[in-house]
Design a binder for this molecule. Structure first.
Ligand code: FES
Ligand code: FES
Length: 211
């Protein structure tokens, strides 16, 4: 029953761990126990963001589900009891459907070696869960904890700025005729970007609201 073991969800699947190893990190558990290799291991000490995942938990006081991006490499797996963990595998894939966050990275050439990309996707995905129309500043701040050694960040930010809210002429996103979107100082025009669609997201497991 709930309370006797470590209980959490990963991408909508319930995990009951009756004998959790208190020395295991969430990253170790995802990659080596569940065999999910989408979340990357790089520095292993909370310095690069390659291992970023989103955790969601129900906050009783605010009667609201809260979402946070965390470093799985320095989070003990026992810490996520009662939480719903979302990894890059739960966001979207080319086999099913890319999430707009992944699509923007691809269309704006924001991935080269790709090692940082799952973490970058998860930081942006979490920001959009909390702020569906973030400001440019919020977008930049959301990547405080993600290093990319290849791209220089510019194409990543250009792609993600297409999510930001219209702020008159200071907006980074100018809608043009025919649905074209131009990002100022960016790569130029990209046609037919996927809109954000909250129905594409996994729902928070109602069971976890009881814990
Ligand atoms: Fe670098 Fe986790 S692997 S922060
Ligand atoms: Fe290589 Fe970011 S694409 S580290």
């Amino acid at each position: 029953s709930i309370g006797d073991c470590l209980l959490f969800y990963v991408n909508g699947k319930r995990i009951d761990e009756t004998r959790p190893n208190p020395e295991h990190t969430l990253l170790y558990y995802l990659r080596n126990v569940l065999g999910m290799k989408g979340t990357k291991m790089a520095c292993g000490e909370g310095g690069c963001g390659a291992c970023t995942v989103m955790v969601s938990r129900y906050d009783r006081e605010y009667n609201k589900v809260m979402h946070m991006s965390i470093y799985a490499c320095i989070t003990p797996v026992c810490r996520v009891h009662g939480m719903a963990v979302t990894t890059v595998e739960g966001v979207g894939s080319i086999r099913t459907r890319l999430h707009p966050v992944q699509e923007r990275i691809a269309k704006f050439h924001g991935s080269q070696c790709g090692f940082c990309t799952p973490g970058i996707v998860m930081s942006m995905y979490t920001l959009l869960k909390n702020f569906p129309e973030p400001s440019q500043r919020q977008i930049e701040d959301a990547f405080d904890g993600n290093l990319c050694r290849c791209t220089g960040y510019r194409p990543i930010l250009d792609g993600f700025k297409t999510f930001s809210c219209p702020k008159g002429e200071n907006c980074c996103r100018v809608k043009k005729e025919g649905g074209m979107i131009e990002t100022k100082g960016g790569m130029g025009e990209i046609e037919g970007l996927f809109p954000l669609d909250p129905t594409q997201d996994l729902i928070f497991p109602p069971e976890l609201m009881l814990i």
